[in-house]
Design a protein around this ligand. Structure first.
Ligand code: ADP
Ligand code: MG
Length: 276
């Protein structure tokens, strides 16, 4: 033991511990074409483990396309998506909450069942859920404060509650990356705050979150970084940098009204929110 210590002390100094953050998601010249148009063109960026990133841009900017491409629902025309370094989608690693309009909320199923569906990818379709699965479902429902409604039908819930159940499903899945496509659209302010509260509770659990949304103020207030898209990546970084007037005009073009106030720039986009 003593000898080892002497030898080590005589050798070269140990390499400094790396403090580089882990890359959760790496997009490299990501390009997606539909039949007649290019929806995403050469998007390159890295998203780090544990960060919460808002994806903003006008209607048709490619936000939904980006999420579908990341999760493997759309074929890339060019470029690559790597998830924790893996070139292929790893089952269960990413949870994807589509836009509300894409989900049939009348489906006759209970809250607990929806959340248990998050376990299916993990335990397989034909194995009965075990104690650990049930514990994870209960914990996820606790986190989104929905355990008392576990036996309710999903159709009976408010929009905000439904959104939280889907979040619980993603948590039960033990997803490391969460993609939420406009989860705030159609929610009242109370439900929006509740969702931000759950996201706040998820900090420190190393869950990486990408959220598409329309409200630039909320993006600036609640997220570590913002990603400004308009087919191309206009900018990614802290809101104070990315939401500079020239970049906002580049992304939103003439649809954007910029108003400078004492607190900074107030932006008003006039094309917004197809569901509102
Ligand atoms: P966002 O979510 O930012 O509003 P989308 O990703 O939905 O933008 O759409 C990006 C562009 O791709 C839009 O011009 C849209 O019309 C087009 N697009 C989306 N889905 C399809 C599709 N299935 N087929 C053809 N074009 C599509
Ligand atoms: Mg969309």
């Amino acid at each position: 033991m003593a000898l080892q210590r002497v030898i080590r002390a005589a050798g070269p100094p140990p390499p400094a511990l790396s403090t580089a953050p882990t890359v959760a998601l790496e997009l490299e010249r990501l390009t997606v074409r539909y039949e007649s148009s290019v929806a995403l063109d050469g998007v390159t960026c890295a998203i780090y483990q544990g960060e919460q990133v808002a994806v903003v841009g006008p209607n048709g900017a490619g936000k939904s396309t980006l999420f579908k491409a990341i999760v493997g629902l759309l074929k890339l025309s060019a470029g690559a998506v790597r998830c924790f370094g893996a070139p292929e989608a790893v089952p269960g690693l990413i949870a994807y909450l589509p836009q509300r309009s894409m989900v049939d909320w009348r489906f006759p199923v209970s809250v607990a069942d929806v959340v248990m569906m998050g376990r299916v990818g993990r335990v397989g379709l034909f194995r009965r859920p075990g104690a650990r699965d049930r514990a994870l479902v209960a914990e996820a429902l606790d986190l989104v404060k929905m355990r008392h409604l576990a036996r309710r039908q999903i159709s009976e819930l408010s929009g905000g509650q439904q959104q939280r159940v889907f979040l619980a499903r993603a948590l039960a899945q033990e997803a490391r990356i969460l993609l939420m496509d406009e989860p705030l659209t159609g929610l009242d302010v109370g439900s929006q705050d509740m969702l931000f509260q759950v996201m706040e509770d998820l900090r420190g659990r190393d869950v990486t979150i990408l959220t598409a949304l329309h409200d630039l103020q909320l993006a600036a207030r609640h997220f570590d970084r913002v990603m400004l898209l308009n087919r191309r990546l206009v900018g990614i970084g802290p809101a104070a940098e990315v939401f500079a007037p020239n970049r906002l005009v580049e992304a939103y073009g003439s649809h954007l009204h910029l108003t400078v106030t004492r607190e900074g720039i107030l932006t008003v986009a006039d094309t917004c929110c197809e569901h509102e």
